[in-house]
Design a protein around this ligand. Structure first.
Ligand SMILES: [Zn+2]
Length: 149
């Protein structure tokens, strides 16, 4: 895979365009899953890590809180074995904004990754899993920090 970003530098060492993009990508990822099912902090940390993003609680929780304030997510607290767990789900607005992000990502991917993007994306099946082998992750199996605390 041509993209390799074994980028372990602190987020503040990167150009603003990279920082902003990674933050946006992490939020798009959160929305994607929150449309499908309830998500919570620890699950999201693991899921983002699976995709090569390192996101600390000090970054993730303020980000979730902001997304809720903006009306993209709604949360509720459930108690599981005596422990309070805040569950997030995408709102209608979050779902709509994700639709805009999907279009932008599809357009950008075709432009930036012409050798990789071979499938056709259609708006009709936005939640369908792509067929064929799954790439190792956008960051090629490396790890990159989304933001510094
Ligand atoms: Zn995911």
């Amino acid at each position: 895979m041509p993209i390799r970003a074994e980028d372990r530098r602190p987020a503040r060492a990167r150009a603003a365009v990279v920082r902003d993009f990674l933050r946006g990508a992490a939020q798009a990822h959160v929305l994607h899953h929150a449309v499908e099912h309830d998500v919570y902090g620890a699950w999201l940390t693991d899921e983002l890590s699976r995709h090569g993003y390192v996101i600390s609680p000090g970054t993730l929780y303020p980000l979730l809180h902001r997304m809720e304030t903006e009306g993209l997510l709604a949360s509720r607290v459930e108690v599981d074995r005596g422990r309070a767990l805040r569950l997030y789900r995408a709102t209608e607005q979050g779902r709509r904004e994700l639709g805009i992000l999907r279009k932008a990502v599809a357009e950008l991917a075709v432009e930036l990754l012409p050798g990789i993007v071979t499938g056709r994306w259609t708006e009709a099946q936005p939640d369908e899993e792509p067929s064929g082998p799954r790439p190792a992750g956008l960051l090629g199996g490396g790890r990159t920090t989304v933001a510094d605390e």
